[in-house]
Design a protein around this ligand. Structure first.
Ligand code: PNS
Length: 162
């Protein structure tokens, strides 16, 4: 059985992330979507909300497990005994940061040979990011082409309440 970890902030999960997860699930038997707890001090969605939204999206897919994590990704990987990390690449501009992160994780996870597998996103999502979705939503633009329905509903609800 081949397992992998797909880590990220997912604040919120976009159709670009989902495209990467679908691609990864053709290669791996189990994918742990690892939602980081504490990256941004004031995230748009709380970690529990992000996890709930992602679980709703993949409720019919037993290959996908969604969990929160805090601290180093390699510590989470060691705890799960899963040593493959998945990251999506949208454009060359992603490469430098991802290259650095992959090599740091490889160094930190040297005893277990942690490695990162990169998947290219569908070009139709190459411009898409969670931060763009948050900004468009705050400025009352239409985000429904960029995120699943449940996420769009949750964003609109949160903005109405704020
Ligand atoms: O969705 P993002 O914000 O691009 O995800 C970044 C993430 C969560 C993968 C990265 O920040 C991370 O792994 N954070 C955990 C802390 C860690 O392990 N840092 C060392 C590698 S640079």
């Amino acid at each position: 059985m081949k397992s992998a970890i797909y880590p990220g902030s997912f604040d919120p999960i976009t159709l670009g992330h989902i495209d990467i997860i679908e691609r990864a699930s053709r290669v791996f038997d189990t994918i742990y979507i690892a939602v980081i707890q504490n990256k941004a001090k004031s995230p748009f969605f709380k970690i529990e909300e992000r996890i709930t939204l992602i679980r709703e999206i993949f409720k019919d897919n037993p290959k996908i497990k969604v969990e929160g994590f805090d601290g180093l990704l390699v510590d989470y990987a060691n705890a799960k005994k899963v040593y493959t990390i998945i990251r999506g690449l949208r454009a060359l501009t992603d490469f430098e940061f991802e290259f650095q992160m992959a090599l740091i994780n490889r160094k930190l996870g040297i005893e277990t040979n942690i490695d990162t597998v990169f998947l290219m996103t569908d070009e139709k999502y190459s411009y898409l990011s969670s931060s763009a979705v948050r900004e468009i939503a705050k400025l009352k633009g239409n985000i429904r082409e960029f995120v699943p329905h449940n996420v769009a509903d949750a964003i609109e609800k949160k903005l109405k309440l704020s």
